[in-house]
Design a protein around this ligand. Structure first.
Ligand code: ZN
Length: 159
């Protein structure tokens, strides 16, 4: 879980797709976070946060994307995929990625409140994990953060 790699053009392209998914979430009144799963240069899942519309606290974009990808692959292990998500994952989603045995995670904006990687990376190294994967953070981070800022600004204005 410690190896960090630089983003490629493909990373930026996939993240851009995840950002369009985040915009769909926003139209649904959901916190705008989007995710895509890539395997062998193909998108096998593309979805977004749906906790409110699904009445499901586990329906974060990453969990939705892993479910979709696993069903598409007919396999609960996703050993050769890269998961792209517009916001740094929370503890639950990190757990789901470990369960799925993903190969790599690429995320957009850093989440200083609930993000599990940037804030608690050192403590994570002490946790016994049975799977580790590559992580690249901060890809198209400004755009990803701006979508969230706009959303929360509008929510505050409405209440
Ligand atoms: Zn999450």
């Amino acid at each position: 879980m410690t190896s960090i790699s630089d983003p490629s053009d493909q990373d930026r392209e996939a993240m851009s797709h995840a950002l369009s998914c985040a915009k769909k979430a926003q139209l649904m009144g959901e916190v705008p976070v989007g995710a895509v799963v890539i395997r062998e240069n193909k998108i096998i899942a593309a979805t977004y946060n749906q906790t409110i519309t699904s009445c499901d606290p586990s329906a974060h974009a990453e969990v939705q994307a892993l479910r979709q990808a696993a069903q598409q692959q007919k396999n609960h292990r996703l050993v050769d995929v890269t998961l792209y998500v517009t916001l740094e994952p929370c503890l639950m989603c990190l757990g789901a990625m470990i369960q799925a045995r993903i190969q790599r995670l690429v995320f957009g904006a850093y989440d200083t409140r609930c993000g599990i990687l940037s804030q608690q990376a050192s403590s994570l190294q002490d946790v016994r994990l049975n799977h580790r994967f590559q992580i690249t953070g901060g890809v198209l981070a400004e755009e990803a953060a701006q979508i969230l800022k706009n959303f929360f600004y509008n929510v505050v204005k409405l209440t």
